[in-house]
Design a protein around this ligand. Structure first.
Ligand code: AHG
Ligand code: MN
Ligand code: MN
Length: 334
């Protein structure tokens, strides 16, 4: 096991020609800021950061204090890197454009705090981010961010759990780092993470079963039928309700994670957001050998039309996702 720090890892990536010095600065800036967020979360009530902020975000969700603290901290950290032209976030109606944006090479989108319902009950939460090129063809607006997931140059997440873990991809596999609190830096603890292709574990909010469309219902029914059903094996279920933590489990030991579109609001394709939740996580999952679909369509191929658009999500172990994806393809033929 290599014991290099994140800083050394980023230097190696630049030397190997995987990415440039500017991207290394951006990633180090995000990692450094996540240490402060981790410290606030770690102290919880002692730092006075729990509870509601009493405001709503653009999606009409109540904001927690930590949603806002993390959002403001990352916004400032990204500006300070000098290489980020603009930031877009779950907690901002429109992107925030920095001075000198025309010359700055990257755009970033983030979910500053994922799993907000878990903040106050001491359950794992996280930060998710997606990096795009700034085309530098004119002023940066919301429109500049509307690039498909295949255009991402880097993506990552931090899980604030029993350990604080950073997982990164720049399109050359997926690597993992653990925060060494005493040293104040991330140390590489996983190399080229691969999601096992087979699994007997799924993650889905079962309380929505009555709202699901036929393909997801069929897949889960067959899992629930266990050994004597069509799948011939028993399945286990997990649901943390922080996408980042559920997905991290999938990366560590395999599994599937689904938040499908359902019949409640036909105009709203699912709960999760494409640009700062589904896209970065899908980039990581595919780089780790898994699959990620929004039903019949590959998530990374979706051409976005709105910064905050929703997206159905079915991802994880390749052989299982191939089955549920197949049910969606059958359905779209009907
Ligand atoms: P956020 O806290 O950023 O709004 O995201 C919460 C998301 C996701 O992380 C999680 O998987 C899902 O919402 C949980 O949904 P349920 O409350 O329906 O279980
Ligand atoms: Mn989220
Ligand atoms: Mn969030």
């Amino acid at each position: 096991m290599s014991t290099i720090t994140l800083a050394q890892y980023l230097n190696q990536g630049v030397t190997a020609g995987h990415f440039d010095q500017a991207l290394a600065r951006l990633l180090q800036g995000m990692a450094d800021e996540s240490q402060d967020i981790s410290e606030n979360i770690h102290r919880g009530a002692l730092a006075g950061v729990l509870g509601s902020a009493g405001s709503e975000n653009v999606q009409g969700e109540t904001q927690k204090k930590l949603d806002i603290i993390a959002n403001d901290a990352i916004l400032a950290a990204m500006e300070k890197t000098g290489v980020v032209a603009a930031s877009a976030s779950e907690e901002l109606d429109d992107c925030s454009v920095y001075a000198g944006a025309e010359e700055r090479p990257y755009l970033i989108l983030f979910d500053p705090l994922d799993g907000s319902s878990n903040i106050d009950v001491n359950v794992s939460i996280g930060t998710i981010f997606s990096v795009l090129n700034n085309p530098r063809t004119g002023p940066v607006t919301n429109q500049t961010f509307l690039q498909p997931g295949t255009s991402q140059v880097a993506a990552g997440y931090v899980v604030y759990g029993p350990q604080t873990t950073l997982v990164l991809t720049t399109g050359h596999g997926v690597d993992g780092f653990t925060l060494d609190r005493a040293a104040g830096e991330y140390v590489q603890t996983s190399v080229n993470i691969q999601i096992p292709a087979d699994t007997k574990e799924f993650a889905i909010n079962m309380s929505n079963v009555r709202h699901w469309y036929a393909p997801v219902k069929r897949y889960i029914d067959e899992c629930l039928a266990g050994k004597t059903g069509p799948r011939g094996k028993d399945f286990n279920m997990r649901w943390i309700a922080s996408m980042v933590a559920d997905v991290h489990r999938v990366l560590c030991r395999g599994g599937t994670f689904m938040y499908p579109q359902d019949q409640r609001e036909p105009g709203k394709p699912g709960k999760l957001r494409l640009m700062y939740e589904a896209n970065p996580i899908s980039f990581i999952v595919e780089q780790a050998g898994g699959k990620s679909y929004a039903g019949a369509q590959r998530i990374l191929d979706i051409q976005p039309t709105d910064l905050h658009q929703r997206c159905s999500v079915l991802l994880g172990s390749a052989n299982e996702i191939t089955i549920v994806h197949g049910y969606h393809l059958d359905n779209s033929k009907d």
